[in-house]
Structures are given as C-alpha cells and as structure tokens.
Design a protein around this ligand. Structure first.
Ligand code: NAD
Ligand code: IPM
Ligand code: MN
Length: 359
C-alpha cells in the first residue's frame, strides 16, 4: 500500500517554501520510484479563509490517516486581532496536541560552507552539530487554567499554568537519552529548577531515568545560562532536552548559529515515530510573496521525514548531500548571502537542489 503524506503549505512564505520543497520531494519520488502520495490540506490562516477554522475537521482526519505531515508555516498580522482560540497558530498547536506529537527534534547543523553566514565567529561555530529535543504537547503552552480575567478592583490579569506530569517528562527524557546514545552521548537538560517547582520535578525525573542510560553523560543547566552558553561556546552541547517554551526560544537562537533560521528543519514525533515535519521558522510576513525566503529548512524537513517516518534514509542522505553541493557552488538566498556568492530566490534554490539530484 502506498504511503500518504499530508502537505500543509499554510501562510506567508509557507506556499513559496513548500513549492520548492515539493519540487524536490516529487523529484526523488519519481527518481526512486517511491510509492508515496502527496495530499494537499489546509491549516492556519489559509484554512480560516476557506472554512472559518484554523484546523478544519477534514485536515485533522487527513492528518490522522497519513504516514507523515509536511508543514510550511502558519500565521500573519491579518489574523492577529482574532481571539486566541481562533488564530492560525491554534491550528498548529491543535494538530501537534491531537496527534500527540510530543517529541520535537530541532537539529542545528552548521554546513561548513555557511561559516561566514553565522553571526558568530567561524571558529566558534565551525563543526557545530547539536540537537535540541523540545517537549511539544505540554508545559505552559497547554497548561490549564489560562486566560485573562477581571479582578474585583476592575484590573485585568493574564494567567497561564506551567505544568508537567511525570509521564510527560519521562517520555521526552527517554526520547532524548535514546537520541544521545546514537550521537556523542552527552545530554544537557535545560530547566529553571532554581525558581520553578515544575522544573524541579523535571530535573528529578531526568536523574531517575539516567541510570538506564549509563553510557550517556547527563548534565543540567538553567535556561538563562543555556542561552548564554549557546552563543558563547555552542560546541559544548550534543543533545539538549527541555520543555515546550524554553525549547521554542533556544531553538531560534541555535538556528542563528547555523547562518539563518531558514536552515533549521524539524521533526515532531509521536510514540510510534509517526511525525510532522516543518521548518523551525514562521511565515515571515516581512518577506512573503517576494521569492526571497530560504526553502532549505523545508527541503531538509523532507529529508528528515524520509529518514524518520518513511524508511528512506538513503534518499534523505541524498537530499542532504545535494543541499551541501548547492551551498558549495556559492548559491545563496538573501538570508545566508555573503560576499562572493551568487544570490538566488526561493524558486531557484529549489531548482538548484533538484538539478543536483539529477546529476
Ligand atoms: P518568523 O520566523 O516568521 O520570522 C522571523 C524573521 O526571520 C523575519 O525577519 C523573517 O523574514 C526571517 N525568516 C524566517 N524564515 C525565513 C526563511 N525561510 N528565509 C529567510 N528569512 C526567514 O517569526 P515572526 O516574525 O516572529 O512570526 C511571523 C508569523 O509566523 C507569526 O504569525 C508567528 O506566529 C508565525 N510563526 C509560525 C511558526 C510555524 O508555523 N511553525 C513558527 C514561528 C512563527
Ligand atoms: C514554532 C512556533 C510555534 C511555537 C508557534 C507558531 C505556535 O514558534 O514552531 O517554533 O511556539 O511552537
Ligand atoms: Mn518558534
């Protein structure tokens, strides 16, 4: 039976980066005669315009029926006035939570050709290969109660709840330890255990699990220090594991170490390893519709999908090697441009990767 991939372009630069990624995906499907069907769906602002809801029932059903999901990005200023529950971002959060995609892998890998594009000195980032494992379906993003209420004196109060159950910490910890075991065997857990009880528990649970992975060296770091260490000496890290919000913030910082947020792919996995794949960046309204966006994070997300969900590790490696050769040729979108390179657009970057795959 053929494998089914649900494609959700989303908003802003979403359709543009997806166009380029789709061209690459379709090319490898044809080249290797893979039995994979791409099915289109609506999520986020695009879904609001078509159906009135950020996560239509049809999209959720298609997501559940698919072997994997490829997402562009959602959101934009035209929907920012909507109540929280109706915003494009709720569509994304809804799909993550309904499908229990708790394990978010965000690999920050510096391609040697991009050492100049990083905002840090080449010697600080060269050879960088770190993996952020972010818990994606719990924490302060989903904790109850939440909202804005009016106090007796008429003042408004906004509130969210930062909560993690032991079982939620355990499953993300096992995922992170397992991944560290396959890499350089160093796991740094990031928390705020000097202030927040929920992360005191987080730290305890990590320590309880550690003896099951005797070959992995576990360390703990407070999130403020981790942000500082990421820009000071990022190569000290192998795998970092953290909660939903800290992981969101630290992965954008880590992205910049690789030259641009336009380079960072991600996988969001459930307990069976089924997943959604998306670039870590957003819909970039400031550059949407101008053929300026870097599609490589999305193209590399296709590679991650082939590796983790579709059983095609060889094809994944082929895409990654093609991306590397394109960078080697000095082809760059604006965000990773440096002197002496050739600046190209989103469409052309997709074509350049396709050309390499055809060689
Ligand atoms: P953003 O990631 O969209 O953009 C931040 C900056 O990075 C912008 O200057 C943008 O031009 C640049 N950038 C992002 N992706 C790029 C790419 N592929 N190539 C070149 N430059 C790129 O973050 P934001 O501006 O804070 O958010 C914009 C919208 O996107 C908001 O509505 C937000 O909620 C949404 N968002 C969605 C996702 C997602 O769908 N996963 C992630 C983050 C933000
Ligand atoms: C991301 C985004 C999302 C998040 C938003 C758009 C809900 O920033 O995927 O990193 O915060 O998880
Ligand atoms: Mn984010």
């Amino acid at each position: 039976m053929s494998q089914q991939v649900l494609v959700l372009p989303g908003d802003g630069i979403g359709p543009e980066i997806m166009g380029a990624a789709r061209a690459v995906f379709e090319l490898v499907i044809e080249k290797h005669n893979l039995d994979i069907q791409l099915v289109d769906g609506l999520l986020g602002g695009a879904a609001i315009e078509a159906t009135g809801e950020p996560l239509p029932e049809a999209t959720l059903e298609a997501a559940k029926a698919s072997d994997a999901i490829l997402l562009g990005a959602v959101g934009g200023p035209q929907w920012d006035h909507l109540p929280m529950a109706q915003r494009p971002e709720k569509g994304l959060l809804g799909i993550r939570s309904q499908l229990e995609l708790f394990g978010n892998l965000r690999p920050a890998l510096l391609y040697p050709q991009l050492a100049d594009a990083s905002s840090l000195k080449p010697e600080i980032v060269s050879g960088l290969d770190l993996l952020i494992v972010r818990e994606l379906t719990g924490g302060i993003y989903f904790g109850q109660p939440r909202g804005v209420r009016e106090l007796e004196n008429g003042e408004r109060e906004g509130f969210n709840t930062y909560v993690y159950r032991e079982s939620e910490i355990r499953r993300i910890a096992h995922l992170a330890f397992g991944l560290a075991q396959k890499r350089n065997k160093k796991l740094c857990s990031v928390d705020k255990a000097n202030v927040l009880e929920v992360t005191v528990l987080w730290r305890e649970v990590l320590n309880e699990i550690a003896p099951q992975y005797p070959d992995v060296e576990l360390s703990h770091m407070y999130v403020d220090n981790a942000a500082m260490q990421l820009v000071k000496a990022p190569k000290q890290f192998d795998v970092m594991v953290t909660g939903n919000m800290f992981g969101d913030i630290l992965s954008d910082a880590a992205a910049m170490l690789t030259g641009s947020i336009g380079m960072l792919p991600s996988a969001s996995l459930d307990e069976q390893g089924r997943g959604m794949y998306e670039p870590c960046h957003g819909s970039a309204p400031d550059i949407a519709g101008q053929n300026l966006a870097n599609p490589l994070a999305t193209i590399l997300s296709v590679a991650m999908m082939l590796r983790y969900s579709l059983g095609q590790a060889q094809v994944a490696a082929e895409i990654e090697a093609a991306v590397e050769r394109v960078l080697e040729q000095g082809l760059r979108t604006a965000d990773i441009y440096s002197d002496g390179c050739t600046q190209i657009g989103t469409v052309e970057m997709g074509q350049a990767v396709c050309n390499e795959l055809l060689k």
